[in-house]
Ligand binder design. Sequence first.
Ligand code: COA
Length: 296
Amino acid sequence: MLPAGSLAGRVAVVTGGGTGLGRAMALELGRLDAKVAVLGRRREPLDETVAQLDGDGFAVQADVRDPDAVAAAFDAAEEALGAVTTLVNNAAGNFLVRAEELSPNGWRAVVGIVLDGTFHCSRELGRRVIARTAALREGSGPRERVETAARAPAQPLCGADESAPPAERGGANAQIVNVVATYAWTGGPGTVHSAAAKAGVVNLTRTLAVEWARYGIRVNAIAPGPIDTEETRERLWPTEEIRDQLLRRIPLGRFGREEEIAHACSYLVSDYAGYVTGDVLTVDGGSWLEKGMFGS
Ligand code: COA
């Protein structure tokens, strides 16, 4: 667990922040003193998350598939909380289906939320941070000075540098965390739409990490394994038998907890991960490595 105040000065947008892992990540960012806007399609869960936040929060309704709605949501979040420094692309859609039975519209719905949505939100954060970096550049003389500033951590390891102007804090130290899945690289029979889209997001993570490093934007991903929540218990392992079968295939012998994903997210957002970019942090108890061909 990071020390209190670790994320002071951050203003985060968490997509799909009203429920599940999105809510857990939003609450943990807030506990560490980030201001947090939760973005999603349904108002009620967003308001509930904001009510539980420790610090300043904001709920904004938008569908990540709609780039204009995403831009308007970022405007509203910035109006309420200040310049956005941090984005968690968590919004997702998924359902089990055989590829030959998946309709073009079903494919489009999931790829639209996961891949297009991640791009729309990332582009929105990127454009804003780049514009702020450019403004800083104009205001502070030679280009080299600003580029150097963008590459250096703008904040001390713990807590924010309150003396730095907001543009500098946002322009020189911004972060994107994408939520993917290990089937992005193993393939995911039964979830071809989601697996293909998550593979795209892994590539987006690495591409943007390099392209936007010059603006001080770090881009990373988390690949959560089987996390025990009310929803997964209901939808994915509803019986003791399925549960036990699954548990036998998790090397660490237990399901993950929401807070373990939230801690991973906070770490990647924090300056403790100041030299980490373009990476995927797998938090799955070793599940994706377990093949069990000869027993273990
Ligand atoms: N099996 C097969 N097809 C399905 C489906 C299912 N369980 N659920 C949706 N679809 C298809 C629909 O039939 C439709 O295709 P069609 O017009 O050819 O019939 C298409 O997907 C779009 O469905 P719709 O419900 O109109 O889309 P939406 O944009 O409102 O919903 C989804 C998006 C499909 C992802 C929806 O499942 C959803 O919102 N889920 C909640 C979030 C979620 O899945 N979270 C889990 C994250 S791991």
